[in-house]
Ligand binder design. Structure first.
Ligand code: NI
Length: 137
């Protein structure tokens, strides 16, 4: 079993809040990310896939192909967008990095399998110091 990772980047706006809470309560729970006027992050996304090396190519899977899939399925939907308002797979969810990682997994899993590999980890980094990893369960 071998693991390969592709990094992609996007920037997006969001707000962490519960509509049933006041701005003060949201600030208390979600901190600066609850700013009612939105704010952005420069996110990094690391997608790790696993599988066996193809003897005829020496690859698990062509990284160019993986990059294309990530861009088509995820980056186009997220880059320069408002996650709360404009991103289909995040509708009805809190726009946290945790939920984003789970949502991205859902967007990628099937296509990765169709390419002959398995999704292993979706890592989303919101800032230099904070990142989330999701392993599918
Ligand atoms: Ni934030």
């Amino acid at each position: 079993m071998i693991y390969i990772t592709r990094r992609e980047r996007f920037n997006a706006a969001h707000r962490l809040f519960r509509p049933d809470f006041s701005d003060e309560q949201n600030l208390e729970i979600f901190g600066k990310c609850s700013n009612p006027n939105w704010h952005g992050h420069n996110y990094e996304l690391f997608v790790t896939v696993k599988g066996e090396v193809d003897g005829s190519t020496g690859f698990l899977l062509n990284l160019k192909k993986l990059s294309k899939v990530i861009r088509e399925k995820v980056i186009i939907a997220l880059d320069h967008k408002n996650i709360n308002i404009e991103v289909g797979f995040m509708q009805g969810k809190l726009a946290s990095t945790e939920n984003l990682a789970v949502g991205i997994w859902g967007e990628l899993e099937e296509t990765i399998i169709s390419l002959g590999a398995e999704l292993h980890c979706v890592k989303v980094s919101e800032s230099e110091n904070n990142f989330v990893e999701y392993f599918g369960k």
